[in-house]
Design a protein around this ligand. Structure first.
Ligand SMILES: [Zn+2]
Length: 370
């Protein structure tokens, strides 16, 4: 019998974009349940919160959530923090650093089921899940060989939100080079084959990688109005080539025939796991499965809505990894979208750049080599 997570189950059965008083209360209760679990199961969390004189039981109203101490993201890179026995883990996700520290997250079965469910709910609510079959082009590592990489896991997960026909993974293992490499020739051939097919296409991956493949190969295709592009990972390492979102959407519509409203970006962090996904208007939405606070980089005080600061994330779905309250080195703002689905996250870069080279950058280096 399951003895923990009943309030989280209730939360994940609710609409991710319902922000009524009752819905927000469900998040608060679910967060308290989760934080209390980590407080008791993980001595590090207990010590940290005790030191800051904060107990999960003190969480009584929505406003109390902003009083929660954030755990600095680098602590999770330096220590292997876990709130269950290692034998209970079913998946460890990592973000491949290039010389830097690895980001990781530990998942037991319950937490894995939770993250899958909440991701499906978010995508379904934003009109992105479908029973229809799609051909997939994923600009990532084949999950058969890189299942523990955050990006490969995400793409494998996203392909399950629709019917699937063919799935092509663009980044493949080369036995000869003993490394991953972008199969550029295969990617171009696949795009042409998908364009000729009656089945619509979904492209998943890093925007810079797709942009370069289109430019280098002078592609001009029509994948059809029912096709989609789902990007993630940003333009890290290619910031000099970054194209403003609206311009990128126009470029993709012109060169691949994918409508602008079917082009959606996703922001996620391996340690946090909540997907922040674009609505039709191209804004990253914050679901009721999380809270995002913006803090002053000087004293961590709460910033007003619309003001820039360090991002502090709360979530409640994970019982194996003690990161319910994660303070990041990312800058951003929170505003409200006109689409009616509540608040959005606006990303504004990182506080420390070099030490955070991640999957996106590693993948981009493969383009250079190709
Ligand atoms: Zn919106």
């Amino acid at each position: 019998m399951k003895t923990r997570g009943t309030l989280t189950d209730k939360l994940l059965d609710s609409d991710p974009f319902d922000f009524s008083v009752e819905a927000k209360k469900i998040f608060l209760e679910s967060f308290r349940e989760n934080a209390l679990y980590h407080y008791e199961a993980n001595p590090f969390t207990k010590k940290l919160w005790d030191k800051l004189n904060f107990h999960p039981r003190d969480l009584k109203i929505e406003e109390d959530l902003s009083e929660i101490p954030g755990t600095m993201v680098h602590l999770y890179k330096e220590h292997e923090l876990c709130s269950v026995k290692k034998e209970e883990l079913v998946l460890t996700l990592t973000s491949s650093g290039t010389g830097g520290q690895k980001s990781q997250q530990f998942l037991d079965q319950q937490s894995l089921d939770n993250v899958k469910k909440l991701a499906l709910n978010v995508h379904r609510s934003l009109g992105m899940a479908s029973d229809r079959k799609y051909n997939y082009l994923c600009f990532t590592y084949d999950p058969k060989v890189a299942n523990d990489l955050g990006t490969a896991f995400t793409d494998e997960l996203l392909t399950n939100f629709t019917g699937k026909n063919e799935v092509f993974y663009a980044i493949q293992w080369s036995d000869e080079k003993k490394d991953f490499e972008l199969n550029e020739k295969g990617t171009v051939e696949t795009l042409k084959r998908f364009a000729a097919s009656d089945i619509p296409t979904r492209i998943l991956g890093f925007p810079a990688l797709l942009f370069e493949v289109i430019e280098k190969n002078n592609l001009q295709l029509n994948l059809g109005k029912d096709s989609w592009l789902q990007t993630g990972g940003g333009w890290k390492g290619k910031a000099d080539k970054e194209i403003p979102k609206k311009e990128f959407h126009r470029f993709i519509e012109e060169r691949l025939g994918i409508p602008k409203t079917n082009q959606r970006d996703l922001f996620g962090m391996v340690e946090h796991g909540i997907p922040y996904v674009d609505c039709e208007e191209g804004n990253l939405h914050i679901p009721n499965y999380a809270r995002v606070f913006v803090r002053s980089p000087h004293d961590l005080s709460l910033r007003k809505k619309g003001d820039r600061g360090l991002l502090h994330f709360l979530c409640s779905y994970n019982f194996s990894y003690p990161a319910p309250s994660l303070l990041t080195t990312d800058y951003g703002r929170v505003e409200t979208c006109s689409c009616g689905k509540g608040d959005i996250l606006i990303l504004e870069g990182r506080a420390g750049v070099n030490k955070h080279k991640g999957c996106a950058l590693k993948a981009l280096e493969l383009v250079e080599k190709a």
